[in-house]
Design a protein around this ligand. Structure first.
Ligand SMILES: Cc1cc2nc3c(=O)[nH]c(=O)nc-3n(C[C@H](O)[C@H](O)[C@H](O)COP(=O)(O)OP(=O)(O)OC[C@H]3O[C@@H](n4cnc5c(N)ncnc54)[C@H](O)[C@@H]3O)c2cc1C
Length: 444
């Protein structure tokens, strides 16, 4: 049995363990944190996240949808909240397709539990990767409990150790390795909306709530217990920013004028705001994602992206699915499979990084814009009438498995067409006419 060492037992590492176990590999997963199933620890980043079509496709391939779906809340669209507190529901798709909110910790724990049921999987916790010998290949771990190091040898090392990957750090010291890292000017802070005392939700659980305010936004996503995790995406510096809000008075004044309808929903706003960290958001690109037939990167270790499309984990899950497909295609010949994986996945990792930045502008600004709303109506109309010819970009990303790079390209084409259509005289009144439909089709 070929031995695979997976560094990182987060969302992607845990799913990859299941994939490799099903392929018959001897799998050892080393995670630097304590076992999330036993320790009362926060998974680090967002408390909840959304699963989309690609995530499901990857879970389904290893037979996990039935076990995971009960942990989720379906979300059918965005509910925007303006400064007066007016709400407007914008469905994600005219086909009523949902994305699914899930607890990060709950999902991670479930995947670890499932992975551990395979006789050929072993999980080790409190083991921090401190070095990788790429040629062996072997990995050295430091154990936080015993304070000892050990070196483990395998046939393949999979780096699933997230945005600040130690495995990638080692790859970066090889010749002609490309790497870039960019922090955006915004960070995020998590806040909380509890359920009502009787357990009912304070706002609609089947919507992703957004308070779009041009350069920043607040959003809220439901948890299974009808509470909501809110995320404030906010600049670190300037006015307003994390820097400009220093006191409880600053905070309440800002929230009461900017998000007035959110304030009564958040009884612990002051405590949450001043006790939760303002976390940074980074985009990491690197190339290649493998070393010879010995080491490969998956998930955030290969492509850390900003969270505005909610696709980081979904993309990481799709890495597992695609790597599995390539292993099958190459008869598990790692010398062929690893370069092919880099070649097919890297353009898609780059594309979802670009798409995610683009969606930030859409979420924080455009969803409240009349022209954008009209465009959305036209696109959904086209999607309903010509689903084989026009799939809106958001639907391509969230509700299909069309490669991200292809979706990005088509999205750019749609932008150019829509710019012309929206400039037509009287478009507000004839947007769903036969004439407009034909014009759009002729430009495809
Ligand atoms: C605010 C926010 C919201 C998000 N929302 C969504 C969403 O809605 N949908 C979505 O798809 N994605 C979302 N994401 C992105 C998603 O969180 C990541 O893409 C996903 O967590 C990547 O999983 P991973 O397993 O690759 O990395 P991680 O989740 O970072 O896991 C890496 C694991 O490796 C371990 N590790 C790290 N270093 C070492 C080491 N040296 N030795 C051993 N172990 C190590 C870590 O402890 C961790 O458990 C969001 C991200 C943020 C910040």
């Amino acid at each position: 049995m070929k031995k695979v060492i997976i560094v990182g037992g987060g969302l992607v590492g845990a799913l990859e363990a299941i994939y490799m176990a099903q392929r018959g590999y001897d799998v050892k997963v080393y995670e630097k944190r304590p076992d999330i199933r036993k320790a009362n620890i926060n998974a680090g980043k967002s408390i909840n996240l959304v699963i989309s079509k690609r995530g499901w496709a990857s879970l389904e391939k290893v037979g996990l949808r039935q076990e995971i779906e009960p942990l989720t809340v379906p979300v059918y669209g965005r509910m925007t909240h303006d400064v007066k507190g007016n709400q407007n529901f914008i469905p994600y798709s005219s086909k009523k397709e949902p994305i699914y909110s899930v607890s990060r910790g709950g999902l991670n724990a479930k995947l670890l539990e499932i992975a551990e049921q395979y006789p050929n999987v072993e999980l080790f916790f409190n083991e921090k990767c401190v070095n990788v010998d790429l040629n062996a290949p072997s990995v050295t771990f430091y154990n936080y409990e015993t304070q000892k190091t050990q070196t483990v040898q395998g046939d393949l090392v999979i780096g699933a150790d997230g945005a600040y990957s130690e495995v990638r750090n080692r790859l970066m010291r090889t010749d002609r390795y490309n790497y870039s890292q960019q922090y955006i000017e915004h960070g995020y802070k998590e806040l909380h909306i509890p359920a009502n005392e009787d357990g009912s939700p304070k706002i609609d659980v089947n919507a992703l709530h957004i308070w779009p305010r041009k350069n920043f936004m607040l959003m809220a996503l439901a948890n299974l217990d009808n509470s909501f995790t809110c995320t404030l995406f906010f600049p670190f510096e300037g006015n307003p920013s994390f820097e400009s809000i220093q006191t409880e008075e600053d905070l309440m004044k800002f929230f009461q004028t900017t998000f007035p309808d959110a304030v009564p929903l958040m009884p612990t706003l002051k405590e949450d705001y001043f006790s939760n960290p303002a976390s940074s958001l980074v985009i990491i690109r690197c190339y290649p994602w493998h070393y010879q037939n010995k080491v490969v990167l998956i998930g955030d270790a290969a492509h850390a992206i900003v969270p505005f499309y909610g696709e980081g984990m979904n993309c990481g899950f799709e890495d597992c699915l695609e790597f599995d497909r390539i292993l099958t295609e190459t008869n598990d010949n790692l010398a062929k499979a690893l370069p092919l994986y880099t070649q097919t996945r890297k353009p898609n990792g780059d594309a979802i990084a670009d798409l995610s930045l683009r969606n930030f502008v859409e979420m924080r600004d455009l969803v409240a814009d009349e022209k954008w709303l009209l465009r959305k109506k036209i696109e959904e109309h086209m999607y309903q009438k010509h689903p084989d010819k026009w799939i809106p970009l958001y639907s391509q990303v969230k509700f299909t498995t069309i490669p991200y790079a292809q979706a990005l390209k088509e999205g750019q084409k749609h932008d150019a067409i829509m710019e012309k259509i929206l400039a037509l005289p009287d478009i507000q009144n004839k947007w769903n006419s036969e004439e407009i439909e034909q014009q759009i089709l002729s430009m495809l």
